[in-house]
Write a protein that binds this ligand. Sequence first.
Ligand code: KIV
Length: 423
Amino acid sequence: APADADVARAPRPEYVPSRIDDPNYVRVFDTTLRDGEQSPGATLTSSEKLDIARNLAKLGVDIIEAGFPIASPDDLEAVRNIAKIVGNERFEDGYVPVICGLSRANKKDIDASWEGVRHAIRPRIHTFIATSKIHMESKLRKTPDEVVQIAVDAVKYARSLGCDDVEFSPEDAGRSDPKFLHRILTAVVDAGATTLNIPDTVGVCLPEEFGTLIAGIKENVPGEYVISTHCQNDLGLSTANSLAGVANGARQVECTINGIGERAGNASLEEVAMAIWLRGQDKTAIYGAFTGINPVYIYPCSKMVKDFSGMSVQPHKAIVGANAFAHESGIHQDGMLKNKKTYEIIAPETIGYFRGEDSVGVVMGKHSGRHALSSKLKQLGYPLEGDALDEMFNRFKLVAEQKTGGVDDDEIIALVTCEGSQF
Ligand code: KIV
């Protein structure tokens, strides 16, 4: 975790988000411990899940989906543990995160979820059933009328246990008939659902289509509820789709750290949250939207999830990839050395990535220019100029062209101090 001093010096949004009843407040629902853990190859122990949940709470996540309790006794135990500990702690501003458990639309699943989450101060039961033609016919083998009845019964049952926070998801909503969606969602709101989560389960929607789907629900489903997005990343559109949802009235976004999840993963929390952080106050489609995320915990959370899950983060991954704040080309390095805002839209320390006081993320490699080399040499204590710098630049280029991983500081020192150097 970042040191307190680092947290204090990290830039914060000018508008300070608080968990107020603001119509533009977008709740962040993290499902790293449920959908994220469904990534092939990612398994987390109960104590790792607890550590991640604690960090998610520090990050300011509103709802932590802690698992799928019916899946196994270990899953149930992990959810119960998180509910008892993290679900009873007060974090910044005195807020307590909601702890949620996923359940299919049946009593056994819902009982298991309730057994896990009921220990939290703010428990939530999340129940779902598929609503697309292909899922209803081929997977569930149920008629649309039967599916509506099962959904209503599940929500009523969850409420009857004493849980007043019930989320309903029509699985594969992205491929469902909007009219049928309006019908089933109206019925579950009447039955007591408080959040309507709209999953693009197979990640097939385009942003405009997903936005229209959300707008249609807002218009056609009467009652008091929060609309949520749950966008899978099969076409690489999960962040764009989530933002299209927000632009059309969704006030909860479901996502995971590093975007891990089934198949191509889920909307990545760091991308969605930072897009809202950076652009929420501009007069764009998401004008006014804000979250309670404290970005300084983003990088530590990303690193923890990467280390615990064994799911590596691609170097060019937005926001948290190793290259997200690195600059190799000469033109970019020159710009960065003059003004960091030339090539960085977010200061890395904002997300808790501290690269040192002087560093501008310059990676010395074959694309680096003379200006960057000169600056690096000064930083290393070798202020070369004129012919000496030209000669050193030629040597450096010869070495850099042979190397794929860049030229590190020791290699630059060796070049400058080796026999024949003009230094
Ligand atoms: O992708 C999906 O449809 C889901 C729901 C259960 C929310 O994970």
